[in-house]
Write a protein that binds this ligand. Sequence first.
Ligand SMILES: [Zn+2]
Length: 288
Amino acid sequence: MTLRKSHHEPLISFQTYRAIQDRLLGKARAPARKNLNADFPLRGAVACGHCGTPLTACWTKGKYLRYPYYLCPKRGCESCGKSIRRATIEGEFETLLHQLRPAPALFRVARATFEDLWNHRLATAETTRSGLETELVKIEHDVEQFLDRIAQAQLPSVITAYENRIRQLEERKIEISEKITNCGRPLRSFDEALRTSLDFLANPWNLWASERLEHKKAVLKLAFANRLAYVRDEGFRTPGLALPFKVLAEMGSSKSKLARSTGFEPVTPAFGGQYSIHLSYERAGSGS
Ligand SMILES: [Zn+2]
């Protein structure tokens, strides 16, 4: 098989092709643990309300079926080993998410921040592109050199080795060319990407409902300042809420003034003087 960059719109990108090859060769085997994580998205993100140890999770074998549970693993804790039904804790978590509503000013600040980030990324893309072009030139030079060496080589084994090296370089070349092509064009449009982010702000539950584990993890990371605490038969302790965009935590004094006047409340200095912002989400309704 020979490799060359096709002039047709490719069905899959070369990068994807490589990923598939790696998968087939067993290089990128997903760890067995991943499945368990997918079964228990709250694992590691929720702590025992009594002792603060992160809850662990497992499937317990019943007579006919297996049942999913979360539980505190800490020996000596009064909750230790007492199982919490997955449906219960995750149901209560969803209720909690439904109660989160963004403060109105959050949208404005988020949009502005998002725009800054976006522009910064476009600028970075230009730098990346020129870096890749330099690498491409170097690879072409290397290929030339190996071709020269092949011409002078006598031993078949040496020739084969050079040929393999050239083949690797050619693969790298295709990969780079593809990256260069994609460099200028963001995978999604600004509006589309912004909408996704704002959708999350408007209702983080939407993201939690996603099939993808990384979306669920994102909700946990972005919406809550600390690990949530849960007490069996009682429910979640009042969570510390975080602002979804970490960048906002580095806001300058002018913006923090705005934040203060519009309902953000800086929390000092419990987090090492870092500027973390609470109350960007408010709990709506009276439930729980
Ligand atoms: Zn405990």
